[in-house]
Design a protein around this ligand. Structure first.
Ligand code: ATP
Ligand code: MG
Length: 593
């Protein structure tokens, strides 16, 4: 089934990207660089995101609208606004704060804050000062924070007094590289000479600061992966990534100057920095930021009340809205919404269609990873959606399927699979601007990601005859049963087509005869009872659609599935628990799972 991707907006906005083949043929990264122009001193993300807008009409344009918890007299959420000029001034001040403390180019600055204005100011000010910034998710406990700061040899930390008390105080003495801690809300929690009050420091400097010269290849950001398949890896990104951020904002998110954009990801994950901070600023548009966590009613309300036009979210969020039921959705209208996209996990076809029916726009799935720094494969307004497919490679991105490497295979050569619909490992031609430049302290692992011209993603996929890519599974999650290679997503999709199923996680349980037995864990939608009759019904539902070889042999009902904090189902944890094995690194596990 295909559905029309582009549903014309009420205001008649013309999509940026309508001619897929033509645009890909015309595209060059050099042209994007020319369009962005040179930054003083070379190439710096903060220059393109902030400085370059400050001498024109965008100076007074709203860059961020932070949604509060209180309500105004008219009953809508109170918001705090930051124009580009105000943002620029505070970013330059922060640059001077760093300089006053002797924190300079190449130094690592960790930012552990909620989604408050200071988070955005600190990230951009540190980039402007040539530092390498690592925003960490503020809900991490002390141990995961300590591991990451130690791994990254952080010299500076920006946090709040309450987070300091709860998360940092107990690990402070184990962080020998840390020279300064900037605390928002006073230093009572940590009265020592290396702890500085954020507001005081900002008031002691002025807002005149040149940008530190950085080149395209200078490191800018350090992002940790989600830890879905193992211990999180630290991926290093450079300032030149800005070209990908800019181009993908145009092609994959269809950003236009008049947009109000909402990316729901936290900057502690790559999506929240690449698309929650950098990309909307590059395009000079207003972003809505909600510091609160997911709540179906609140999210519908923000979409409607803040008149969001382009919404970038995650499949779990879409599924949770679906689970909240149609009555709630019907209370809201989204006449300004124009484009909806999601990333992070496979998006089940039902969710794509739900978007069309409930939000008025299908959800455009796109694929990328911490390592790729930006969107690589996407459903865009330029072509129709095949629900369940991740879409097609964006201009400037070459993707292919290569024959999977065998265990222990050290060969550097890979075979590109030309035939359509053949499963293999998804690979990207190396050299796109936001390609990661290393795994922190793990050069060997970085080298193993590349073979010849190709970066090997670790994801299994197939490409159909129209050039659409279909996700099969992570190489680590794929189930081998009686000679079949089964992607959990395929099985989960079918289970989720049943109205009782809100979410499904599928694993292989080792078996001497068949290799792996397919087992599903299922959480139910409101109003359904977990009993044997429903279990039998779901098993039959799956068998009819998937065939006996692929359908699950058993189903366990669970209240919720274990997710990473970035919203991905942790199948490795389902498996470890099923087999009574150690759970491994659970630092990114969502609380209470
Ligand atoms: P780790 O590498 O630590 O195991 P992770 O791979 O989940 O964690 P991220 O870089 O945050 O860390 O996630 C990227 C991965 O998410 C991709 O490699 C892919 O497996 C999955 N993913 C992202 N987008 C999609 C999508 N649209 N469809 C299917 N899978 C997706
Ligand atoms: Mg990964």
């Amino acid at each position: 089934m295909t559905i029309v991707s582009h549903i014309p907006a009420a205001g008649g906005t013309t999509p940026n990207f309508t001619d897929y083949d033509g645009e890909r043929a015309r595209f060059s990264w050099a042209a994007v660089d020319r369009e962005l122009g040179a930054a003083p001193g070379g190439c710096n993300i903060a220059h393109y995101a902030v400085d370059r807008h400050l001498h024109g009409p965008l100076a007074d344009h709203c860059a961020f609208r932070f949604v509060g918890s209180g309500e105004s007299a008219t009953g809508s959420f109170v918001t705090e606004r930051l124009t580009f000029a105000e943002l620029g001034s505070r970013v330059r001040r922060f640059t001077n704060v760093l300089r006053a403390l002797g924190v300079g180019k190449g130094d690592r600055v960790f930012v552990i804050l909620g989604r408050i204005p200071e988070m955005y100011i600190a990230i951009l000010g540190a980039l402007r000062n040539g530092c390498v910034v690592s925003p960490l998710f503020s809900a991490f406990g002390p141990e995961p924070l300590a591991t990451r700061i130690r791994l990254g040899a952080g010299q500076m930390l920006v946090t709040t007094d309450s987070l300091y008390r709860r998360r940092i105080a107990s690990i402070r003495s184990d962080l020998p590289t840390l020279r300064h801690v900037l605390v928002i809300g006073g230093t009572d929690a940590a009265p020592s000479s290396d702890t500085v009050d954020f507001a005081t420091a900002m008031s002691q400097v002025d807002d005149v600061a040149d940008i530190t010269p950085t080149s395209r290849d200078d490191p800018a950001l350090l992002h940790f992966t989600s830890g879905t398949t193992g211990t999180p890896k630290g991926a290093i990104h450079v300032h030149g990534a800005v070209a990908t951020h800019f181009a993908t904002g145009r092609y994959a998110l269809d950003l236009h100057p008049t947009d109000t954009f909402w990316c729901t990801a936290d900057p502690g994950w790559v999506t929240g920095t690449s698309y929650g901070v950098i990309t909307p600023l590059l395009h000079g548009i207003t972003s809505v930021v909600d510091p609160a966590e997911f709540d179906a009613e609140r999210w519908y309300r923000i979409l409607a009340e803040q008149a969001v036009t382009v919404w970038y979210t995650a499949p779990t969020a879409i599924r949770m809205l679906m689970k909240a039921g149609p009555d709630l959705a019907r209370t809201y209208a989204f006449p300004r919404l124009r484009f909806v996209a999601s990333v992070g996990e496979p998006l089940n076809p039902d969710a794509v269609i739900w978007g069309r029916d409930v939000l008025g726009h299908p959800v455009h799935d796109n694929w990328w990873q911490t390592e790729t720094g930006g969107i690589m494969i996407a459903n865009t307004p330029g072509f129709d959606i095949k629900p369940g497919s991740m879409g097609r490679p964006l201009p400037g991105v070459d993707a292919c399927i290569v024959a999977p490497r065998r265990d222990g295979d050290e060969a550097r050569d890979v075979t590109v699979v030309d035939a359509s619909d053949t499963e293999g490992e998804l690979a990207l031609r190396r050299g796109w601007p936001s390609m990661f430049r290393g795994y922190l302290n793990n050069d060997e692992r970085y080298r193993r990601c590349f073979a010849g011209d190709w970066y090997l993603t670790g994801d299994l996929a197939k490409r159909d005859e129209d050039g659409y890519f279909w996700f099969v599974g992570r190489a680590d999650d794929v189930i081998k049963s009686a000679g079949h290679l089964i992607g959990p997503f395929e099985v989960e999709n079918v289970l989720m087509q049943h109205p009782a199923v809100a979410e499904a996680g599928v694993i292989g349980v080792p078996d001497e005869t068949v290799g792996d037995i397919v087992k599903a864990f299922v959480s139910l939608s409101a109003g359904w009872t977990a009993d044997d009759a429903l279990r039998r019904e779901l098993l039959a539902h799956a068998r009819t659609r998937l065939g006996a070889a692929v359908a699950p042999k058993s189903i366990d009902f669970v209240d919720t599935l274990p997710h990473t904090r970035s919203g991905k189902i942790m199948r490795r944890l389902l498996k470890a628990r099923e087999l009574g094995l150690p759970e491994g690194d659970t630092s990114t596990l969502e609380a209470g799972r």
